[in-house]
Write a protein that binds this ligand. Structure first.
Ligand code: SAH
Length: 365
């Protein structure tokens, strides 16, 4: 991002961008690679601490570049080890990043927008409305902060925080390049997951340029019900979405689409729904992740009873579909899906409560 004073935040650049930036300065591409490594591998943001960069180049960088990371304003650990980080952006907006440790591995749940425009009826973020897209620096900044806090790069990254990543696809692609880069966080394509409600054209574009893992918020096995739960389905119905997802994982036997399916009491959780889901997914390499609904104030939905979730899961399993039930984590610190996170200030400086921000939705491995 170039601000009014023509200062480039180097956190906005992937390796290719960094190399061109340095070439543009009349310097060499390999200096760009070194600075990229300093920032992401070593967490160094001060040019003067980058010891293999000449004094002249450092002075030049001071004139035209900066490394600005989101400010960590609040940190809270939960009794189950989940950690929630509230980050403040340069314009005062706040976002949340969540870290879920499991068996020595850390999964980081990353936000892509402040708010969300998609209006899924069971999602608390939808009620907050849409505020703005995050920049590359703000997306990768969440991983930068997480890596500093953990003392190591994350093992898994899921784009499952606030927002619809495919509605901010350019910034998300660049940020995901940095997540995977050997000179940065080195997270493999199988361990970076983008979660989408199903923006088909953007999904097709993503397929051309990236091979990260795909999770899709399905939540219903037919158009009539999905239109109600995930309204973007009216624009991109199942007969377009399912083939686009199948195409996304084609050609690599290790890849499967992860279907997220929130279990809503009496709405989408019967054995008939399970059977319809099995038919729908026939021919697509799939795993299904059942998510117990996280209620929030004002919602008319309720969580399906645990035995119904289990019966649904077993029905899928019997037909050969890998099906898991997502553990709810971090609920004692309001870090589970759809729980309170803090406050967000929008451009008109209204204070909006983020009882909305829906963050931890895991179970992807
Ligand atoms: N917009 C993207 C990513 C963010 S949401 C998407 O739609 O995939 C991550 C997951 O949490 C989605 O599957 C979403 O449908 C689910 N989710 C939203 N609200 C929830 C709630 N109250 N309880 C449980 N899961 C929820």
């Amino acid at each position: 991002m170039v601000n009014e004073t023509n200062i480039t935040n180097l956190l906005d650049l992937d390796l290719k961008g960094m190399e061109s930036f340095f070439l543009g300065l009349g310097s060499k591409a390999f200096h760009g690679r070194n600075v990229f490594k300093w920032i992401h591998k070593h967490g160094v943001t001060d040019f003067d601490a980058m010891t293999d960069i000449s004094k002249r180049l450092r002075e030049q960088l001071h004139q035209c570049a900066e490394v600005t990371v989101p400010q960590l304003v609040f940190e809270q650990p939960a009794s189950d080890g989940t950690r929630k980080w509230v980050l403040e952006l340069q314009d005062g907006q706040r976002i949340e990043t969540v870290c879920i440790p499991d068996d020595g591995r850390n999964t980081i749940c990353v936000s892509s927008q402040v708010g969300c425009a998609l209006d899924c009826s069971f999602c608390s973020t939808a009620r907050q409305g849409f505020n703005r897209n995050l920049t590359v620096a703000e997306i990768i900044g969440q991983i930068w902060v997480a890596s500093r806090k953990l003392g190591t790069a994350p093992s898994n990254i899921v784009m499952m925080g606030m927002g619809e990543p495919l509605a901010n696809i350019d910034a998300v692609i660049t940020a995901m390049n940095i997540m995977q880069d050997d000179l940065a966080y080195m997270v493999s394509k199988y361990r970076v997951t983008i979660s989408t409600s199903g923006l088909v054209p953007a999904l097709n574009r993503l397929r051309e340029v990236s091979d990260v893992s795909l999770a899709v918020s399905l939540h219903a096995p037919d158009n009539e019900l999905r239109n109600k739960l995930v309204p973007i389905n009216r624009k991109y119905p199942l007969e377009e979405l399912i083939p686009a997802c199948r195409e996304f994982v084609r050609g690599d036997k290790r890849r499967k689409v992860t279907w997220e399916y929130v279990m809503l009491d009496g709405i989408n959780d019967s054995l008939q729904h399970a059977k319809a889901l099995i038919r729908l997914l026939e021919g697509t390499p799939s795993k299904v992740n059942l998510i117990p609904f996280n209620p929030f104030p004002g919602t008319h939905y309720q969580t399906s009873p645990a035995d119904r979730v289990e019966a649904f899961r077993m029905r899928l399993k019997r037909s050969g579909i890998i099906a898991t039930t997502r553990k709810t984590r971090g609920d004692d610190i309001d870090a589970a899906c759809g729980q309170l996170v803090g406050k967000v200030r929008d451009r008109s400086s209204r204070e909006l409560r983020l009882d909305k921000l829906d963050t931890i939705k895991l179970g992807i491995s």
